[in-house]
Design a protein around this ligand. Structure first.
Ligand SMILES: NC(=O)C1=CN([C@@H]2O[C@H](COP(=O)(O)OP(=O)(O)OC[C@H]3O[C@@H](n4cnc5c(N)ncnc54)[C@H](O)[C@@H]3O)[C@@H](O)[C@H]2O)C=CC1
Ligand SMILES: O=C(O)C1=N[C@H](C(=O)O)C[C@H](O)C1
Length: 256
């Protein structure tokens, strides 16, 4: 069937009863260029996606489920916009091989859909080569099941890559005696600290330290509505980006 310019994008939301999925259902329903054709919760058969004729899947489930969901979508030529965490290097490599056999299908894995968060991580990565020290603090609601956050992992990876390219030495740290966990965890050589606190939604600070100065890049999502423009942007752009894109910045013009 030929898609007309005015035809709505047919979207299925997975994890529709969750905190993010419920917001995404509302956002898709309110988008003039989209039609929600399926809303799946835990235990629902993925066959509902194909039966509903979905062209796009938005996955906002849990780390244990997301890989199978996305593989199902790709195997059926359905584009996928994924916010769920848990996409480590092995999973991403497996997905890339699968996508090689489905060259017209696009997948976006977006650790964070909030435009401000994406910008803050990009700015932090760019700035980080000019500072001797860098550490990340991520702060989230206490119902979050994974730590550190996917956003913090991605930010650390971006920072580490910039610092490596610029041949910046590791952040100095004289610690020789430590109570386990006191210095957080390390991702690609970058220290990441996780706070879980009732009242929070999703927040992150990147601390950059030099002699006699500090630059702090902080982003706050006060409401899950902050993620929805990015989800819709993902759905609108994923078909034009076949293959795997990691990070919503892949669809933005950041100019650097
Ligand atoms: N990329 C981004 O901007 C954001 C990503 N997230 C991530 O999105 C994921 C979901 O977050 P929340 O909504 O806060 O979690 P949640 O726990 O409120 O929702 C997850 C939902 O998925 C359901 N589910 C589990 N397996 C499923 C399956 N196979 N099919 C359909 N539904 C299934 C669960 O029953 C639950 O209702 C997490 O990994 C979180 O880190 C959260 C906020 C923003
Ligand atoms: O679980 C959450 O809430 C969030 N998860 C994502 C992450 O792990 O980075 C995105 C955002 O931080 C909210």
């Amino acid at each position: 069937m030929t898609q007309q310019l005015s035809d709505p994008k047919l979207v299925a939301v997975l994890g529709a009863n969750g905190r993010m999925g419920a917001e995404a259902v509302k956002a898709v329903e309110a988008a003039p260029d989209m039609k929600l054709v399926a809303a799946l919760g835990r235990g629902d058969s993925l066959d509902q996606i194909t039966a509903a004729g979905a062209q796009y899947v938005v996955d906002l489930t849990v780390p244990e489920s997301t890989e199978a969901n996305v593989r199902f979508a790709v195997e059926h030529g359905i584009h996928a916009v994924v916010g769920t965490t848990g996409w480590n290097a092995d999973r991403l490599a497996g997905l890339e091989s699968l996508l090689a056999g489905h060259p017209e299908t696009g997948v976006l894995i977006a650790p964070n859909f909030a435009l401000g968060s994406v910008l803050a991580s990009a700015f932090a990565a760019k700035a980080s080569k000019y500072f001797e020290s860098v550490e990340i603090i991520e702060l989230h609601h206490p119902d979050k099941v994974d730590a550190p956050s996917g956003t913090a992992v991605r930010t650390a990876q971006l920072i580490a890559a910039e610092r490596k390219a610029a041949e910046v030495p590791p952040s100095p740290d004289a610690t020789t005696s430590e109570l386990a966990g006191a210095r957080g965890c390390e991702i690609d050589g970058i220290r990441v600290h996780s706070v879980r606190l009732r009242g929070l939604v999703a927040h992150q600070e990147v601390l950059l330290g030099g002699s006699g100065e500090q630059l702090t890049l902080r982003h706050d999502s006060f409401d899950r509505a902050s993620f929805m423009p990015g989800v819709l942007l993902g759905v609108r752009n994923v078909a034009a980006h076949p293959g795997l894109t990691v990070g919503l910045d892949g669809y933005l013009d950041l100019g650097f």
